[in-house]
Design a protein around this ligand. Sequence first.
Ligand SMILES: *Cc1c(COP(=O)(O)O)cnc(C)c1O
Length: 441
Amino acid sequence: MTGTGTSSVGRSAELFARAEQVVPGGVNSPVRAFRSVGGTPRFMVAGSGPWLTDADGHRYVDLVSSWGPMILGHAHPAVVEAVREAASAGLSFGTPTGGEVDLAEELVRRVEPVEQVRLVNSGTEATMSAVRLARGFTGRSVVVKFAGCYHGHVDALLAEAGSGVATFGLPSTPGVTGAQATDTIVLPYNDLDGVAQVFAERGQDIACVITEAAAGNMGAVAPDDGFNAGLKRLCQAHGALLIIDEVMTGFRVSSAGWYGLEGVAGDLYCFGKVMSGGLPAAAFGGRADVMAQLAPAGPVYQAGTLAGNPVAVAAGLTTLRHATPEVYTALDANADRLHGLFTDALTEAGVVHTIQRAGSLISIRFAEGVGRDYDDMRAAETWRFPPFFHALLDHGVYAPPSVFEACFISAALDDDAFSVIADALPVAARAAAAATAPEAS
Ligand SMILES: *Cc1c(COP(=O)(O)O)cnc(C)c1O
């Protein structure tokens, strides 16, 4: 059956209660806990194509796609077969394997500025290692990042800042030291003048600028025309490296990621999500002269017991090999179709909104006009999202459980899936319209 009604989540509730005893907050990654939308996180037991099935037997159209990786849909037969085959041949050797070379070649072939890659286990490791390499290569310590961009939970990159042109980072989470945070400068996204000013003041100290190729972790926020190119120009002029984080956009928004849409070459790139095929795998790479500084070729240390794991590599490589031009056409078409359904339902219900797009990344901003930075995205009527989310969930659509996360489309979404979405959205839009702002405290 499709559609749940909140009364029938007994198995998920039971599992969550057990989880809370032995796992902090009951989850292994915070957004999964539904804190910002309330209610019981659904424990999934199976996925097939565009569908997820939870522990109580409810089926949902999946608009999360495991936060990105599942562009082909769940349990794609070729990927499952490749994983089965790789697993049968041994789970891990701690030696080089041919599959790693195939995957590295595939990444290098797809993204022209990437001459060499190193495989790691998560996007966090990729960004952490890229920043270390940039510091090692330049002999400088300062990292510039943008508010609202997420690069995994790397200490130096969690540093946050309030609004302002050039705020020096303060630790925004306990456990990140002041020293780590003061080496991080946080600037507003899409503010090239702010970046130019910081380079004018501290250019000699700046090792790198790290940016999401297109922002997808504050909702979808595309870079303004010329923003990434401007970052590139400033980095080059001051001898800093530009790290383009394509963990989310890579191999999703086009066969060559955001680079394929925009063509601005970074010095280093970070990849994850889609290239993992749904198992733990990620990568960083870029200019050969920079990558040559990595151990054992060079002095910058970086390593991993399970890096290049043969089963994960098989999942990633097979996913990429099946991510044909037709798949990217389907991803774009499905994003456009969802966009149209969002617009129609919210307009019909009289909800003020803007659909944010960055390629096939898509999210809803409950406000007039396109949001260009984190302040814009936070200033929207975000309180309209929880009832919207829960109405979708109750009617069989699993959207990301946070207003600051983009929807991840899969190529597997078909007419059946879209008809469930089309039926659910008007109810969700009316719930958003009926939402009331929280009392100012
Ligand atoms: C998801 C994400 C990361 C972190 O990847 P993990 O595999 O979760 O560590 C880094 N950067 C961006 C842009 C992401 O979306």
